[in-house]
Design a protein around this ligand. Sequence first.
Ligand SMILES: [Mg+2]
Length: 276
Amino acid sequence: MSFAAAKAIIKHSRVKAVLLDLDGTLYFEGAQVPGAVQALTALRKLGIPLRFLTNTDSKPACILRRELAAMGLPVAELEIFSAASAALRFLWEHPDSRSYCLVSSELANEFAPFHAEEGAVDYVVVGDFRDSLSYRVLNAAFRHVMAGAKLIALQKGRYFVSGEGYNLDTGAFVHLLEYGSGKTARVLGKPSPDFFKLAIEQIGCSPHEVVVVGDDVTTDIAGARAIGALSVLVRTGKYSSETLENSPVKPDFIVDSISDVPPLLGEASNLTQHGS
Ligand SMILES: [Mg+2]
């Protein structure tokens, strides 16, 4: 497909928002992807709302914004949409429900209006709760699920790697509760379609009016395709041609990096459609 044809598809879909993955798309291994700031500036000039996606479930947007600023990436707090943002949005959309929320101390304030320490609950919400993890807390969550509460996971990562080595991630504890209860958690982080739907609802447009840009075909692209949004895969971060070839999910478009995204939406560049 020619660039003009690809651009025509984008134009025809009347794009009203762009959802950009952060890790691997705008930055990688602690530094900006080359051209990321210029691409952000160009995207902002188009006047389209932007949202920056991350599966982070341990920190509030104000801290993520500072971390991005330290890497030279100017992003507003309200533009950041994390797994925690998705859970907060979900709880906000269920105002009559009661929830037992296992989250980090940094997120405790934001979840406090929804958290019920005592009594029956409708949802058990599990995020990164390393700093309050105990048998008592886990078992309280387990009892709620056994009593009929629905299990909600901010994300289901098995482990993450820090400077000290491997660490159990949120998914390991969600799995523990799933195993004990025989129930399956509803995941609100990537690659769940819920994550993308909740982000788009917040902007106030429809999935077909949105372009999702990311480096991960199994999360960013799979989520975009599941809700009917256009998807752009960048060849940065964790992109690998092998993963793409083996994936049953294919992006609508593939570009070298975030630098090629503004031209796709507004100007001209080196774009290839998948399969061409
Ligand atoms: Mg990524």
